[in-house]
Design a protein around this ligand. Structure first.
Ligand code: AMP
Length: 173
């Protein structure tokens, strides 16, 4: 089963990037071309892409998955980037991370012609990062159809904070 193969592949790094965090490394997934391909096929097959106008991928590991999914489902790809990376008029918002504080921005021009969005990231922990993108889109009266992540850390209850359906391929406590 895909979820079992993914679970076996992900490596835990305790106390990275700081004490108390068990970092889930997705690099072995993308280094296994068959596993990566099977994963992308699965996450691109969700029926909600029919009603999706555009995909927002989150800096930085969300880009890896978001870009291939966008190409596969033939939808525009929009990048939610960290501070000072995007030019032009931006919509920005701060957020708290499982291990820090940061902000994300989206170009105003990138979203203006679209209504219905799917957000893609690698991992859902507290939900702060995904919620930040959700808030940026909501502030601009957009509709969030779903959040798609590879890994969900269920004990942190990120999905409960998120006011749209969350699709995760594997769950850890
Ligand atoms: P959060 O905002 O708490 O949901 O954190 C999600 C973001 O932080 C994702 O973009 C992940 O890449 C990263 N992240 C948070 N916790 C972990 C973890 N334990 N292992 C790997 N990445 C993490």
């Amino acid at each position: 089963m895909l979820s079992e193969r993914l679970k076996k592949s992900i490596k835990d790094y305790p106390d990275f990037p700081k004490k108390g965090i068990i970092f889930k490394d997705i690099n072995p997934i993308i280094a296994d071309s068959q596993l990566f391909s099977d994963l992308i096929r699965k996450i691109s097959s969700y029926p909600f892409y029919k009603e999706t106008d555009a995909i927002v991928a989150i800096d930085a590991r969300g880009f890896i998955f978001g870009s291939v999914v966008a190409e596969r489902v033939k939808k525009p790809l929009i990048l939610a980037r960290k501070k000072n990376k995007l030019p032009g008029a931006l919509i920005e918002e701060n957020y708290g991370l499982e291990y820090g504080q940061d902000s994300l921005a989206i170009q105003e021009s990138a979203i203006k012609n679209f209504k219905n969005f799917v957000i893609i990231d690698d991992l859902l922990a507290t939900g702060g990062t995904a919620k930040c993108v959700y808030n940026i889109l909501k502030r601009n009266s957009k509709n969030i159809i779903a959040l798609s992540v590879i890994i969900e850390l269920t004990s942190l209850k990120g999905a409960e904070n998120f006011k749209a359906p969350v699709y995760s391929e594997i769950k850890f406590d």
